[in-house]
Design a protein around this ligand. Structure first.
Ligand code: C2E
Ligand code: MG
Ligand code: MG
Length: 435
């Protein structure tokens, strides 16, 4: 079975035993510089009893291989893990510049692992829950660190949370349990910030639109990455209020630009949870109406995995939004259930390749092939294809060679404020290379 799985060249290390894990962990803690942190993750997989009973040895190996395929692209070559048993895996993430990075890694792992895996026509939900503990923040002892992470995992599971960072003595870390309250306060104070990142057309080297990305207020005593902000909003039912705040801020910025003679198409991300909301088209329409903004000024980015649940409903919704005049994009394409059938059915305007594949292109032939096939797929359906997460000139050149239409990423610009965008675009368009 394992022969059928190809892992990327630079991959994290699997340790052979629990004792190897302990000695490695103690070694890393001792070797850590003062400026860096280390995180231990205890991940427990709660597969249903029925499925577990079906898991013959042969399946267990295949499940493990598929699990690893999901995990490998996310973690770094210096990260290490051990399988304690079929349902439990421990990770060491050494040399982190801050503890928050462990939460980011956990978030990405959960995003990947919540998509069920298929083994010989069986659909298996892994349902992971993760406990996190960090050295030196929690302790410097390998054994104690693992015990703290293990307790955090048990608390996460009991509280129905996907992950939990262990509380510190001072208990002033951002932990999953505190965030809903903080988010409620930030929404009440209307202090979320909007940033905009340009989408650049490759043939003309012009900024053709921007994507609106929400940010936690930078002057808040706690720092919260956007991924986690959205996840908490989705899980606490605050996503509707968050989206209304985002939309109103976007409308305000659009109107300010418009007043200065600029008509810039703005793409807004729509959370998966919102798609279940029957009144969604009406809510969107109402906000635009209040600001007197035409629907054609707004694009909606919907992540591909949003369509897994109910294809029929998703199709109806997309048609309704399209009829109202919104532009539609499928975000994070390649991470969900990419299917030719739905592409043919959906009234969409562009495909957006997930940054995971874009960033893997230069080191992985598979990722390059995936990017190539998404571009070809889009073009076969008459859709422009945009690549996100373009950070280097090398990736840009590769994408151009593959026929990609637009790009977005740090190579051209990081997300900026509404004011900065205008100045950036002016500079970008006046560069000789872009004439
Ligand atoms: P997304 O829509 O796929 O957005 C792309 C993410 O990649 C953004 O992260 C962006 O800042 C980041 N990015 C852009 N260029 C590069 C690059 O060159 N390298 C790297 N490493 N990253 C790059 P961000 O802003 O943290 O947003 C994360 C996700 O949160 C977004 O993924 C989107 O799904 C969601 N999100 C952001 N803003 C909103 C919002 O207002 N509403 C909703 N519902 N979701 C949002
Ligand atoms: Mg997006
Ligand atoms: Mg994306």
């Amino acid at each position: 079975m394992s022969n059928s799985v190809t892992t990327p060249a630079a991959s994290l290390t699997e340790l052979a035993s629990v004792s190897a894990f302990f000695s490695e962990l103690q070694k890393e803690i001792t070797a850590a510089s003062e400026a860096s942190s280390l995180a231990v993750l205890v991940m427990s997989l709660q597969r249903s009893d029925r499925i577990a009973a079906l898991l013959l040895d042969e399946y267990a190996e295949e499940v493990k291989q598929q699990f690893l395929l999901r995990v490998h692209p996310i973690l770094r070559s210096k990260d290490k893990f051990v399988f304690v048993n079929e349902n439990e895996c421990w990770f060491i993430l050494p040399q982190l510049s801050s503890e928050a990075l462990s939460v980011l890694a956990v978030h990405r792992l959960l995003n990947e692992l919540h998509i069920p895996i298929k083994v010989n026509d069986r659909t298996i939900f892994l349902t992971p829950s993760i406990g996190i503990a960090c050295a030196p923040m929690h302790t410097q002892s390998a054994f104690a660190l693992l015990r703290i992470a293990d307790t955090a995992q048990k608390h996460a599971h009991a509280a129905n949370l996907k992950f939990l960072m262990a509380a510190t003595e001072e208990s002033n870390q951002v932990i999953a349990a505190d965030l809903p309250e903080l988010l409620g306060e930030v929404l009440d104070a209307n202090s979320l910030v909007m940033m905009y990142q340009p989408k650049v057309d490759l043939a003309s080297r012009r900024m053709v639109s921007v994507e609106a990305l929400v940010r936690w207020p930078s002057d808040h005593p706690q720092a919260v990455p956007t991924n986690i902000l959205i996840d908490v909003a989705e899980r606490t039912g605050l996503i509707e209020s968050l989206t209304l705040r985002v939309l109103n801020n976007v409308m305000r910025d659009y109107c300010n630009w418009k007043a200065g003679g600029e008509d810039i198409l703005i793409w807004v991300n729509l959370s998966t949870r919102l798609l279940e909301l029957e009144q969604l088209p009406k809510i969107l329409q109402r906000v635009l109406h209040v600001w007197d903004v035409p629907t054609s000024a707004i694009g909606l980015e919907i992540t591909e995995s949003a369509f897994i649940h109910d294809i029929g409903h998703s199709t109806d919704l997309l048609f309704e939004l399209k009829k109202l005049g919104f532009h539609l994009s499928i975000d994070d394409f390649g991470t969900g259930y990419s299917s030719l059938a739905y592409l043919r059915r959906f009234p969409i305007d562009e495909l957006k390749i997930d940054c995971m594949f874009v960033q893997g292109m230069s080191s992985s032939i598979q990722d390059k092939q995936i990017v190539q096939s998404i571009i070809d797929l889009g073009h076969n359906f008459g859709l422009p294809v945009i690549a996100e997460g373009v950070e280097t000139a090398e990736t840009l050149a590769e994408l151009e060679a593959l026929g990609c239409d637009q790009v977005q990423g740090y190579f051209f610009a990081r997300p900026m404020t509404a004011e900065q965008i205008l100045a950036w675009r002016h500079d970008f368009h006046s560069k000789p290379a872009n004439d």
